[in-house]
Design a binder for this molecule. Structure first.
Ligand SMILES: *[C@@H]1O[C@H](CO)[C@@H](O)[C@H](O)[C@H]1NC(C)=O
Ligand SMILES: *[C@@H]1O[C@H](CO)[C@@H](O)[C@H](O)[C@H]1NC(C)=O
Length: 265
């Protein structure tokens, strides 16, 4: 249930901070012949970071002539991958919330809801890890490509010693750093939720559903049918039910606590 509250919110933070980003840097070219100089050359870029399409005009310091330069690199794939995963995770977690709250019976029918939820949660956890890592790498490359000191190296005027090139300011990165942090937070959130969704499937219980241990769960959340698909998993769970017997009778209190964990998280 912790997913219900945090997952859509965290997903929004992830794609809003990345997809809504726009940055600016400013460099200056101070030519020997001052009339040719431009001391405030602004370069704007934004999501999806196709930097090789971002151009700007700089003086060549040879008369009034200017040259058109482009930034280096295309980091749209990792940025768009990250935002896509975040948007789909947002949509899925919203859908899951609605199903979980309003269609509890359908969710539990034939155990199909928990099963699908488990698979999708595992996939999204993996995708959050992959996309966050890819985007973290992409962001570090974007930082290099938009570093004013690097941009200055592209300008032919700056290769002449007598012209002075400098940077007024670089882009502000806090928004994009936040997006990476939220990417990994989402991974932790979804990966942690695997366990709770796994418990919903009832697989770990084996044939334990016939014991009254399911009663506390009834109180913890308004589950109408906490019926686990015991038939299929009786044999595989047989080995565990022996230890499960001991555990349940001895730790029935603890069991109550942990099963209500996800609700009160
Ligand atoms: C300097 O460059 C900016 C673009 O970054 C341009 O708008 C401005 O007109 C230029 N200034 C001069 C003096 O050429
Ligand atoms: C500086 O540039 C102006 C206009 O482009 C030109 O008239 C002048 O002769 C140049 N001066 C020098 C020292 O190159």
């Amino acid at each position: 249930m912790c997913m219900v509250i945090f997952a859509p919110l965290f997903a929004i933070f992830a794609f809003a901070t990345c997809g809504g980003y726009s940055g600016q840097l400013r460099v200056s070219v101070d030519c020997v012949n001052k009339t040719d100089s431009n001391l405030s050359i602004n370069i704007n870029f934004a999501y999806p970071f196709r930097l090789n399409q971002v151009y700007f005009d700089v003086p060549t310091c040879e008369g009034r002539s200017q040259e058109r330069l482009f930034l280096v690199g295309d980091f749209s794939s990792s940025a768009e991958f990250f935002v896509t995963i975040a948007v789909f995770a947002f949509l899925y977690s919203l859908l899951a919330t609605v199903v979980y709250i309003f269609f509890q019976n359908t969710y539990r029918e034939n155990n199909r809801g928990p099963f699908i939820d488990f698979i999708v949660t595992v996939v999204f956890s993996f995708m959050w890890l992959v996309s966050s890592s890819a985007w973290a790498k992409g962001l570090s490359d974007v930082k290099v490509a938009t570093d004013p000191d690097e941009v200055v190296l592209l300008m032919s005027a700056c290769k002449v010693q007598t012209n002075k090139c400098g940077s007024a300011y670089g882009p502000i990165w806090s928004g994009l750093n936040t997006s990476v942090v939220f990417g990994y937070l989402n991974f932790v959130l979804w990966a942690g939720n695997i366990w709770f969704v796994f418990k919903e499937t009832g697989w770990h219980k084996g044939g334990a559903a016939r014991y009254p241990s399911s009663a506390p769960e009834k109180q913890a959340a308004p589950f109408n049918q906490p019926s686990y698909n015991q038939g299929t998993f009786d044999q595989s769970g047989g080995g565990f039910s022996g230890t499960g017997d001991l555990g349940q009778s001895e730790y029935s209190q603890v069991g109550t606590y942990t099963s209500s964990g996800p609700t009160s998280y």
